[in-house]
Design a protein. Sequence first.
Length: 252
Amino acid sequence: MVDRALSFGTVAETYEKFRPGYPAELLELVTSYAGQPLRTALEIGAGTGKATRIFAQAGIAVTATEPDAAMLAELRKHLPSTVTPVRAAFEELPLDTSYDLVYSAAALHWTNPDGRWERMSALVRPGGVFTSFGVPIQLADPALQEAARAARLPHLDEDGVPSPDGTPADRPMQWPGTELEQSEWFTDVRQVVVDRRLTMSAEDFIGHLSTVSAYVMLTADARAEVFRRTLDVLPETVEVNAEVTAHLARRR
């Protein structure tokens, strides 16, 4: 998992180009849940700043932390000076400052589970908000999704990240909500889905796949073959399910 977590720097520019951003509805969801002004925020695993943008543009002072130097360099190209970029992993962050909001966009599963929520509670001020969210892009057409799965199968069985706590996909509450509900430091746990569909070219869909860790970890030859086989089964334009699944909790 550590190798996968630190694999994104090799595709930082591609990540910025092909990963979709986050919708304004996500900001509205978080601010509505907070119920009070959010002035400061800490981001865990900022990547190239896809999520950083929506919070920074709302006037929140964001400290964006990211362990990969290449990803952080790409973030600096696109984010305003009001954002404070810090190269650090979650486990390295000092615990002497707390924030109105702590959030993680498609990165929390890379953090060390040992002591995760005790450490998180030290970073969120009492009454403050923690949220984790992600966009697991999938082809909207089940038949195309199955064709793409068959195309990658010789080299890759699954291209997602399994639930960190083993929660089955059919359970109403998914991770990390499952862990937050058991945490002594957080309350009012909610899981909310922001519906969204996107249309993109098949080439851009392949561009997105090239930023997914499961594909990054393949050999260059295997990756090229998987992408060629996948392109062969896709029409020129595809619709993708880009819904955002967010988990929110309040610091006790």
